[in-house]
Design a protein around this ligand. Structure first.
Ligand code: PGA
Length: 259
């Protein structure tokens, strides 16, 4: 059974005090790291403070990074810098980065390779726009996104990567994808990885769902066979809600193990 992941994506929310309040509130409340990977992806300016205060069951992630080790890239943050800060995860290719910062599929690929080379665990976001969804282009888009993202990635590294299916029409809209659809697309992503590599890679890679996950729909999504966890924005800004969703991940896992 794949270990579930519950990753919070704080986006550009929380002052330093709010970030610290959150980590103190959740540290002792989240399930054991042996059962769930509990990850807080915070604004870069808070990463070091959070790493210093992370409880034994929490890990901290960045929301973006540059692919180069260093260079004249004003305002950017390198993989080396993240590693030296004690960060373990990094979100790559979030649709807001693609939309507002012109990130391309090739950038996603370069960043994915850089993350692996530096021992950071990438959480790579994939997903279609509303228009592509309406035109039934989702499967084609996902195939192209996975193919490009994995260019040059070795089979031995595939299981370290976390993928997140985030239909753009569901992110921040309060309109989550229905759990059957999310499960089907996460299953498709798993199959695409299997076609590129092997059945073993396809079985091991974790595929999350993201897009308006909240305390009311989290269990229904995570209990689906192809959904290994969630990437959660808005609903993960409130400590109690975040803890509740981590607990739902454990319940969903228990259900899957017994059925
Ligand atoms: P949301 O964001 O949960 O607020 O829809 C998800 C994400 O951006 O990863």
């Amino acid at each position: 059974m794949r270990k579930p992941v519950v990753a919070a994506n704080w986006k550009m929310f929380k002052t330093r005090d709010e970030a610290l309040q959150f980590i103190y509130a959740v540290n002792d409340q989240v399930p054991s790291k042996d059962i769930v990977d509990t990850i807080i992806c915070a604004p870069a300016i808070h990463l070091r403070s959070l790493v210093k205060r992370q409880g034994e069951n929490i890990r901290i992630g960045a929301q973006n990074m540059h692919y180069a080790d260093e260079g004249a890239y004003t305002g950017e943050i390198s993989p080396n810098m993240l590693v030296s800060t004690g960060v373990s995860y990094v979100i790559i290719g979030h649709n807001e980065r693609r939309r507002y910062n012109n990130e391309t599929e090739d950038d996603v690929n370069l960043k994915l390779i850089a993350a692996i080379n530096h021992g950071l665990i990438p959480i790579v976001c994939l997903g279609e726009t509303a228009e592509q969804f309406e035109h039934a282009d989702t499967d084609y888009i996902l195939r192209e996104q996975v193919r490009t993202a994995f260019k040059g990635v070795k089979a031995k590294d595939v299981e370290k990567i976390i993928l997140a299916y985030e239909p753009i029409w569901a992110v921040g809209t309060g309109r989550s994808a229905p759990s059957e659809l999310a499960d089907q697309k996460c299953g498709l992503i798993r199959k695409i990885v299997g076609d590129l590599y092997s059945a073993e890679c396809s079985n091991k890679i974790r595929v999350l769902y993201g897009g308006s996950v909240n305390t009311s729909n989290c269990y229904d999504l995570l209990v689906k066979p192809n959904i290994d966890g969630a990437l959660i924005g808005g609903a993960a800004l409130v400590a109690d809600n975040y803890v509740q969703m981590c607990k739902q991940a454990v319940e969903a896992l228990n259900f899957k193990e017994n059925n």
